[in-house]
Design a protein around this ligand. Structure first.
Ligand SMILES: NC(=O)c1ccc[n+]([C@@H]2O[C@H](COP(=O)([O-])OP(=O)(O)OC[C@H]3O[C@@H](n4cnc5c(N)ncnc54)[C@H](O)[C@@H]3O)[C@@H](O)[C@H]2O)c1
Length: 446
């Protein structure tokens, strides 16, 4: 088709889609109904759009479709009423109705060698390419390194025979959801958007502004991809710094928690980060490796980012080493000891243990032949260990049977006074026992 004709066609695709966005007749398809996709689908449906979620995990699709939730902080009541006419879910791309917008929120894990595993993104885009039609917008939200949307996903989508900016539109907008955060939700967390061209950007911004309060548009998808990875790398680096400060303070006989309380009294120039047994969740342990990998691909040697990952990954071994010392001092060998790991979620009050440092600690303790149990009020079973474990009951009698307790995550449902009263040795890597007054001699802080 001659260029002028293409321009006219693209203009009419853009105007059609913008009109559908403004009058809310646009139909959106969220690809991947996980921690990111489900709340995003709900928010769009609440704003008045028809939304269909597609998830290759049949269990998830069926649960949503039947008004049940599988995510702790997304109660079923928050979307049940939307199922009447706004929200639906399916496990098959073949069952999708006519849609105008695809929002892709599939996992972006790391391979065993710590390199990006884009297979879910590739597969999702291959599936979209088979049904892509002129006039549609595809927006990628999965976290990934700069360049992925343009270099990896665009070629897959263009296998459909359609051209970006002429026939369809493509943008990248990183998800910033913080599961469990009551103050900042999908709606009131500013959303960064970058397009593969001006038309794509304009349409993506128009769509997101219908259900998100603040949109921050940037000049390209590359920039938007880098923003997300920078945010998480920033956290990784600062956590590594405070972890190093904690290890150094211990050598100097100083209490890092007292130092931090005092340091964070400064009202400017410093932000609070706390030490711990390592980093967990789907972002901080993974995302900096995406950036490191991309940097290596262009022969750039990252130093800061790499060092931060090294320090954070070392923390579980450090915690096991400190615990071994505490037991030695009490005349017990780690290999002969019963250890209770308290808290396996990756952050305070989360219901998920993906990448949680507690799992690494459990594995290391088991390798040292310790007899390990765990308790977590929100996670009854941990499957992704060599031998799956079930949470014990946290009764005074049970607590008394352990030689040492290591607090690996803070949990609001735990009575830490009872833990300390009934425990023998308590190694607290989170300062969760800060409010405990009695028997403080039993507590050792990270
Ligand atoms: N969870 C968070 O707190 C968080 C925050 C910000 C960004 N992210 C990023 O968002 C992305 C998604 O994370 P998540 O935690 O929601 O993952 P998740 O594993 O909870 O959900 C992803 C869903 O995608 C589905 N899926 C995989 N391949 C598919 C395909 N081809 N078609 C349809 N569905 C498919 C899976 O079955 C799964 O249900 C990742 O890139 C992650 O790094 C996550």
């Amino acid at each position: 088709m001659p260029n002028r004709a293409r321009r006219i066609q693209s203009k009419s695709h853009k105007e059609d889609l913008l009109r559908k966005i403004w009058d809310k007749s646009a139909v959106s398809c969220v690809v991947g109904l996980g921690y990111v996709g489900l709340p995003l689908a709900i928010e769009q449906a609440r704003a008045g759009f028809k939304v269909v979620g597609v998830d290759t995990n049949e269990f998830r699709a069926k649960m949503v479709q039947s008004g049940k939730s599988y995510l702790h902080d997304i109660p079923a009541e928050s979307f049940q009423s939307l199922l009447k006419d706004k929200l639906s879910a399916t496990a098959s791309y073949e069952n999708l109705p006519e849609v105008d917008i695809f929002i892709v929120t599939v996992p972006t894990p790391l391979s065993k060698s710590l390199s990006p595993d884009l297979s879910f993104l590739h597969r999702a885009c291959e599936q979209i390419a088979t049904i892509l039609k002129p006039g549609q917008l595809v927006c990628i939200e999965s976290t990934t390194y700069p360049g992925t949307t343009e270099q990896e996903l665009l070629p897959i989508l263009e296998k459909s025979g359609l051209k970006v900016e002429e026939d369809f539109f493509l943008a990248y907008s990183p998800e910033r959801v913080d599961p469990g955060n009551k103050k900042f939700t999908v709606k009131n967390t500013p959303k960064v958007v970058g397009g593969l061209g001006t038309e794509s950007l304009e349409i993506a911004v128009a769509y997101y502004s219908q259900f998100i309060d603040t949109i921050v548009s940037v000049s390209s998808a590359w920039v938007a991809e880098m923003v997300k990875i920078y945010e998480n790398t920033y956290r990784s680096v600062n956590i590594a710094l405070v972890n190093e400060m904690a290890m150094l303070s211990k050598e100097m006989g100083l209490n890092i928690w007292e130092i931090l309380d005092a340091a964070f009294s400064k009202p400017f120039g410093i932000l609070p980060f706390y030490p711990g047994p390592g980093v967990g969740g789907h972002c901080i342990p993974l995302d900096p490796h995406y950036l490191e990998w991309k940097a290596r691909a262009i022969n750039f040697n990252t130093e800061f980012i790499t060092l931060a990952g090294k320090i954070n990954r070392h923390m579980p071994s450090y915690v096991v080493g400190r615990l071994r010392e505490l037991l030695d001092r009490a005349g017990n060998a780690l290999s002969q000891s019963r250890i209770l790991v308290l808290g396996v979620a990756y952050k305070k009050d989360a219901d998920e243990s993906r990448e949680a440092p507690a799992l690494d600690i459990i594995t290391k303790l088991q390798a040292a032949r310790a007899d390990v149990s765990y308790y977590d009020s929100r996670i009854p079973e941990v499957l992704h260990l060599e031998q799956p474990l079930r949470s014990i009951e946290l009764t005074p009698k049970n607590i008394q049977t352990f030689d040492a307790i290591v607090i690996t995550n803070e949990d609001s449902n735990v009575d830490y006074s009872a833990v300390v009263t009934n425990g023998k040795i308590v190694f607290d890597t989170r300062n969760a026992t800060r409010g405990v007054k009695a028997h403080r001699h039993k507590i050792t802080l990270l």
